[in-house]
Design a protein around this ligand. Structure first.
Ligand code: PA5
Length: 466
């Protein structure tokens, strides 16, 4: 189970200029209630696609059927996707499998090795091709693209499809699973033509909200993650965030603190800092969810607002030795969200050595979990005495259930913040121009006018080259 602890974001902990006061909470209460009611109305009317995913059984069955078909004959799995079609997969795998997963023997892994290629950096693709080209017969390519035409994913797909055709001939289609729109689109049509298996990306679920759909579930199931427990955790959190009394509802309290921090306390930067490497992928997933959903130029009635807190990720304790100097003494413009784990998946005891070395003796016999917990409390305290607000999301343990809870909590908080900021949290118009310019620069038919328009910009001006 996860819980929200928010004392360190209050005036009691960091003073009234930077922390939320009782009066702040009173004044924001009507807005929170209205935002909650608006989101709940969308849930009830079936307008919020992601809200249906925890209880969806059809996708779960399709995912399990394909995973059962492919697991016994797959040594390596490559996910091709980007943004919302990759970050959730990475986060689930990092949280719920050991960091050494790909190095384990086939027996102790219990699923294929997993490579999520969420970029077109040539060396990344070339290195993976070189490694897996030798095992093409037992490699599964899982291409994920809702639109089916994203340049990065499409180019990777063309490369890996060709590699399979080259290595295993006519049977290549049996080594590809596409996750894309169920009815239409370029990838959908190619899948039908080539004859490879498909899973749907729900029509009404945007990429960054799709981790609990086949997009995230298939690679998770292939790699031994209990997707029923994951969905169960999400369903349990769904119940909690739908509770009407907002002060007892973790999503409403977190949204209120984030909204007040952003609008009333001068905190435009929202850092997520897990004290666990396993949860670091979730911070990456959060960055996309938060940035693409809340970073908007226009309000819902078309006025210019340029809204959106900037999401930043940091890792405890690593970034205590990198970022915390800035966080404590730089501009007081950040709200920190710590992720803390009570029981880590594994633990290590420091040996009872160096009893006679004063600088090290205190560490003897301690568990690393205790050291990491002390580091987190120390940072929280140090932030607090510098009037820097924070909240903590407490995980009892890192399990499919608690990760499912966290995912649903943050999706719902994002919806609430979209309401509070009066912006559309479900589109991403600013991403589109970059996509179109890439098409133009790469010579795609139909983009000639845009190519001509950006030509003067593209021409390098040597005057500025040093
Ligand atoms: O969240 C989003 O909508 C985006 O990040 C998309 O997931 C990303 O652009 C990839 O799009 P697609 O799945 O259509 O290839």
């Amino acid at each position: 189970m996860i819980q929200l602890y928010w004392k360190c974001a209050t005036d009691q902990a960091v003073g009234p200029e930077h922390g939320v006061t009782g009066e702040d909470l009173e004044s924001v209460a009507p807005k929170i209630r209205a935002a909650h009611e608006a989101v709940m109305d969308q849930v009830r009317k079936g307008q919020l696609g992601y809200a249906a995913l925890p209880a969806q059984t059809d996708y779960r069955q399709k995912v399990m059927a394909l995973a059962e078909r492919y697991r016994p004959n797959t040594t390596d799995m490559i996910v091709l996707g980007i943004g919302g079609s990759a970050l959730g997969n990475i986060a689930l795998h990092a949280a719920l499998n050991p960091v050494t997963y790909n190095l384990l023997s086939d027996r102790s892994r219990g699923g294929p090795r997993l490579f999520v290629l969420d970029n077109v950096a040539p060396a990344l693709v070339a290195d993976t091709l070189r490694l897996l080209g030798r095992r093409a017969k037992t490699t599964l390519i899982n291409v994920i693209s809702k639109s089916g035409e994203t340049a990065e994913t499409a180019s990777q797909f063309m490369i890996f499809r060709e590699m399979l055709r080259d290595k295993i001939g006519a049977d290549f289609a049996s080594r590809i699973v596409a996750i894309t729109d169920a009815q239409r689109g370029t990838l959908h049509d190619i899948a039908a033509n080539d004859g490879f298996a498909t899973l749907p990306v729900p029509d009404d679920v945007g990429g960054r909200f799709s981790v609990l759909s086949p997009v995230g579930l298939f690679s998770a199931a292939m790699c031994g993650i209990d997707i029923d427990a994951l969905l169960g955790g999400a369903a349990a959190m769904k119940k909690r965030v739908e509770a009407p009394h907002w002060r007892e509802n973790p999503a409403c309290v977190l949204a209120a603190i984030k909204y007040l921090a952003y609008t009333a306390k001068g905190k435009p930067i929202h850092v997520m800092m897990p004290y666990s490497n396993r949860l670091y992928g979730l911070a990456d997933w959060y960055r996309q969810l938060w940035a693409e959903s809340l970073g908007k130029k226009l309000s819902r009635d078309g006025g210019e607002v340029f809204a959106g807190p900037t999401p930043v990720k940091a890792l405890g304790a690593t970034d205590q030795h990198s970022q915390v100097q800035l966080y404590r003494e730089g501009p007081n413009d950040k709200l920190i969200v710590f992720l803390e784990v009570a029981k880590h998946p594994r633990d290590v005891r420091i040996p009872d050595v160096f009893a006679d070395v004063p600088g090290l003796a205190y560490l003897r016999g301690a568990k690393l979990s205790a050291l990491l917990a002390a580091e987190k409390t120390a940072t929280e305290y140090a932030m607090g005495v510098s009037n820097r607000p924070s909240v903590t999301i407490k995980f009892d343990k890192i399990s499919p259930e608690s990760v499912g809870e966290f995912i649903y909590l943050y999706e719902f908080v994002t919806s609430l913040c979209g309401e509070l900021l009066d912006i559309n949290a479900y589109d991403q118009p600013a991403v589109e121009l970059g996509k179109k310019c890439t098409f133009a620069l790469m010579g795609r038919e139909g983009y000639e006018d845009l190519a001509a328009e950006i030509k003067p910009f593209v021409r390098a001006d040597k005057k500025y080259l040093v």
